[in-house]
Design a binder for this molecule. Structure first.
Ligand code: CA
Length: 235
């Protein structure tokens, strides 16, 4: 299904880059590599990339600024690569629109799980080849979330752009409408890296979604925080 996925690895450490490339090629993906932000932009201009693996410590540009810049131009899923101690980096990367992160040294099994998962979600949602004709639409508070077309529409019918992670999180909340879901449950639903950044990841994503769908994100009417328990979406 995701065999024709084209992955872009942006990493200046040649050893890590070749290790990742070899592993992902072995998994059947098409792989392009870049050693700097400049090379990445060249690749993006010439190739049809389905997923970007981005090291945050590149020689020519600040990683977080780069994620922010990429997000203004494209919706391609971005998995950032960070050092183990880079907890703040992970949060910052999510805040500016990254979809997931991997901690270095990267465990090949985790990498495979993460990118397969991301690509599966992508193909299910029509971002690439659609594999299912899932016509599911979730409605809440006048909003409509079209799972098959990967589109969120406001009550006015306007399309609102979400990152992969935001879309997945909102889908889980909308499916569970009116039930409280814990941060741990939500984290599990959108990502597998539950070891450190943990609950903060969900809080950051919720705050990003609120800014897009709430009239006043400081006084949310759709996604409510339930103290000590988690979040609840009301219809
Ligand atoms: Ca680096």
């Amino acid at each position: 299904m995701a065999d024709n996925a084209h992955l872009l690895i942006v990493e200046d450490d040649e050893f890590v880059q070749s290790l990742l490339a070899a592993y992902l090629k072995k998994s059947g993906h098409r792989v392009t590599t870049a050693g700097s932000a400049a090379e990445m932009f060249v690749a993006l201009d010439h190739e049809n990339i389905s997923l970007i693996l981005l090291d945050l410590g590149l020689p020519d540009e600040d990683g977080i600024a780069l994620v922010r810049q990429l997000r203004t131009r494209l919706q391609t899923p971005i998995i950032v690569l960070t050092a183990r101690q880079g907890r703040d980096d992970k949060i910052s990367a999510l805040e500016v629109g990254a979809d997931d992160f991997l901690t270095k040294p990267v465990d090949p099994e985790e990498l495979s799980l993460r990118d397969d998962n991301m690509l599966r979600r992508l193909s299910n949602s029509g971002g690439m080849q659609r594999v299912s004709d899932d016509l599911e639409k979730l409605l809440f508070a006048g909003w409509s979330l079209d799972i098959a077309a990967d589109i969120l529409r406001s009550p006015d019918g306007e399309e609102v752009k979400l990152t992969r992670a935001e879309f997945d999180l909102l889908t889980v909340l909308a499916r569970a409408q009116n039930r409280v879901l814990s941060r741990a449950y939500l984290l599990d639903a959108v990502s597998r890296d539950s070891n450190e950044a943990g609950d903060r990841v969900i809080d950051v994503l919720i705050s990003r979604i609120r800014k897009k769908i709430e009239t006043n994100s400081r006084k949310p009417q759709i996604i409510h925080t339930v103290a000590g328990r988690g979040y609840r979406l009301t219809s």
